[in-house]
Write a protein of this length. Structure first.
Length: 253
């Protein structure tokens, strides 16, 4: 792996870990007993995730800040570079091409980062996880779950919400400068407020799978099941939505 790819690999790990630490952290603050933010509400969670994206994008500046396999596969479908290095005058001096090998490198980094971010969120709220709370409440800190379980319709919700996110990323050029990170953060807040109700809007396979693995492994008091029967929905739905967004975004652009 050359230095550009190695930098991108670590950048995606650090950026995605930042995203999940802040995102899982705001959920923990709202749902776990005896926190300062207990019962803070859905909008607080939406803004926490949006600001997590905002921070993660800046941390992952050496990779194009995908932070999300749905974004990576959307750029792949659109045949857009995963990351470009610009020199003086804005000239592109190096590029990470949208190849299958590079796509899976990004997938791996995003999953590792998501797992690590979830572990850090657990450590930050360890004493609150030790309090009595329903197992599904503790799982909600790590991964999403539907309010009304219907795998088909939950899949549709995740696909649509992710399509909106990735389509915006593709048509906006995925620019990690200027208003780029803030704009994406606000889209995430808006998606939570508008389309997040049915499933908790994973819109990111790594965001759901990495923390779900952490939930299964970590010694969480009274944690219960990791709900693996549902876990395919926040993976497959966002990936399909990302591909559709990439194809349509490329045609639209």
């Amino acid at each position: 792996m050359d230095s550009l790819l190695m930098n991108a690999f670590w950048s995606e790990i650090l950026g995605t870990a930042t995203l999940i630490l802040l995102g899982a952290g705001v959920v923990a603050n709202v749902v776990l007993p005896k926190t300062k933010g207990f019962n803070g509400g859905w909008l607080l969670i939406n803004f926490g995730w949006g600001l997590g994206v905002f921070a993660g994008v800046y941390v992952a500046f050496k990779s194009g800040a995908h932070l999300n396999p749905a974004v990576t596969i959307g750029l792949f479908a659109a045949d857009m570079p995963f990351y470009s290095v610009t020199g003086p005058g804005g000239a592109i001096t190096a590029t990470i091409e949208p190849t299958v090998a590079n796509m899976f490198m990004y997938f791996g980094a995003e999953l590792i980062g998501a797992f690590l971010g979830a572990v850090l969120a657990f450590l930050a709220y360890k004493k609150h996880f030790d309090q009595e709370a329903p197992p599904e409440t503790k799982l909600a800190v790590f991964s999403t779950g539907p309010e009304l379980r219907s795998y088909t319709w939950n899949f549709v919700t995740e696909m649509l919400a992710t399509f909106v996110l990735v389509f915006f990323v593709v048509v906006s050029g995925m620019t990690p400068s200027g208003l780029g990170p803030l704009a994406v953060a606000l889209v995430v807040v808006g998606l939570g407020a508008s389309l997040g109700g049915p499933t908790g809007y994973a819109i990111n396979p790594a965001r759901d799978l990495g923390p779900r693995i952490a939930h299964a492994i970590l010694p969480i008091k009274g944690k219960g099941s990791s709900d693996w029967s549902y876990s395919w929905v926040p993976i497959a739905g966002p990936l399909v939505g990302g591909v559709l967004a990439g194809l349509l975004g490329a045609a639209y652009s």
